[in-house]
Design a protein around this ligand. Structure first.
Ligand SMILES: *[C@@H]1O[C@H](CO)[C@@H](O)[C@H](O)[C@H]1NC(C)=O
Ligand SMILES: *[C@@H]1O[C@H](CO)[C@@H](O)[C@H](O)[C@H]1NC(C)=O
Ligand SMILES: *[C@@H]1O[C@H](CO)[C@@H](O)[C@H](O)[C@H]1NC(C)=O
Ligand SMILES: *[C@@H]1O[C@H](CO)[C@@H](O)[C@H](O)[C@H]1NC(C)=O
Length: 339
């Protein structure tokens, strides 16, 4: 395969995949991709660009699955998860179950900038954010209120409970544990709206191969309050290492986070796998235990090679993502077929 560095003419565009700098993000979130690409053009660092891209998604409520006003939990509240990782220094800032602050990835960056910690959660993360000057405001919108009241009207179905009385298919609780536990998912996957799992995950590779990654999401719709998914967990939702590459995940975080797919993919690239192969192997690892899981991974290496993979599951056969590099010069949508 011909690799096109910055100073090489691209004679065969379809095979000239690698070029720097590179921005790649999950889903066709065009405005987020453009915000990150613009940030790079203005001379901002890969880390700043990744933050800017995810922050734009939070403002735009990308698909309703990122930022305020989406994915209400069992109490109707929207809470946010986000993280940012600097692949040069291996610093990480993350927030989980963040309440009443819209700019979750900004708060994650503040955790990195203004504390020695890596991960703050819940109400305490909100207090930290307020102290750092972030505005506290209601994240509820008419849309999230509607999603919540419709869910109440259908007896709180679907939900994420299992092995409980009154049985979770019949009521809104309060729930009590059943004596006899069954392993495995509490219900058929098909009941859960796939769109309730979307997340922005973004990898930015700078001109000199510096890797940064960031994620932001409002989590799973109708989640049990307190639930934190894969997105803010380093190695799960995303990972960045300037000596190997970056990866970011989207999908059923509750399952995916147990396999650290982003970490695994980066390690596979370190071992010599191209990004596409690394992504596929990390997805396959999960598939072995959960053949029908819903999820996708994007991968990029330090020379600007990139790839993606997804798991074929009901209603999900191809995965769309955005790529910007010095050859496209703007965000372009690409897709892969799921394995
Ligand atoms: C974090 O620090 C960088 C400079 O290192 C700065 O550009 C950025 O605005 C800071 N972010 C926050 C949220 O304070
Ligand atoms: C939200 O709904 C209320 C009443 O149900 C309405 O008055 C208000 O204009 C709506 N807000 C928006 C932004 O649509
Ligand atoms: C849930 O309760 C209903 C009504 O009592 C019953 O018909 C159904 O079999 C129960 N489902 C499970 C999974 O226990
Ligand atoms: C990055 O991936 C591309 C394939 O997309 C490959 O040609 C290139 O050699 C890889 N770079 C490194 C440093 O492994």
């Amino acid at each position: 395969m011909i690799r096109c560095g910055l100073f090489f003419l691209c004679l065969l565009p379809p095979v000239c995949l690698a070029s720097l700098p590179l921005v790649i993000n999950t889903w066709p979130f065009q405005s987020a991709a453009a915000a990150a690409w613009d940030a790079l053009q203005k001379g901002l660092s890969p880390l700043d660009a990744a933050e800017a891209g995810c922050a734009r998604c939070e403002q735009d409520q990308c698909d309703g699955s990122v930022g305020f006003g989406g994915s209400p939990d069992e109490r109707g509240e929207t809470t946010l998860d986000a993280m940012i990782m600097n692949g040069d220094t291996m610093e990480v800032g993350a927030v989980g179950n963040l309440r009443r602050v819209k700019n979750a990835v900004g708060v994650a960056r503040a955790v990195m900038n203004y504390s020695d910690h890596t991960f703050l959660v819940g109400e305490s993360a909100t207090v930290f954010a307020e102290g750092m000057g972030f505005k506290s405001e209601d994240l509820t919108t008419n849309r999230s209120r509607d999603i919540f009241s419709q869910w109440l009207n259908q007896k709180c179905q679907p939900n994420f409970r299992k092995n409980v009385f009154p049985n979770a298919t019949m009521s809104c609780g309060p729930y009590k544990p059943q004596a006899k536990l069954q392993s495995g998912p509490g219900r058929k996957l098909g009941l859960i709206d796939l769109r309730s799992h979307d997340t922005i995950g973004m990898i930015v590779i700078g001109q000199n191969g510096q890797v940064a990654a960031a994620t932001s999401t409002n989590g799973a719709t109708h989640k049990v309050p307190g639930r934190v998914g894969d997105s803010p967990v380093a190695g799960a939702g995303a990972y960045a290492d300037s000596s190997a590459g970056g990866a970011a995940a989207t999908g059923q975080g509750d399952i995916m986070m147990r396999f650290l797919p982003s970490f695994l993919a980066v390690e596979l690239m370190r071992g010599g796998d191209d990004p596409s192969t690394a992504c596929k192997k990390a997805i396959s690892r999960i598939k072995k235990y959960h053949p029908d899981f819903f999820g996708a991974l994007i991968c990029a290496n330090t020379t600007g090679g990139y790839g993606a993979a997804c798991n074929r599951s009901p209603g999900f056969t191809e995965f769309h993502f955005m790529v910007s590099n010095s050859q496209t010069n703007k965000p372009v949508q690409e897709k892969v077929y799921c394995i």
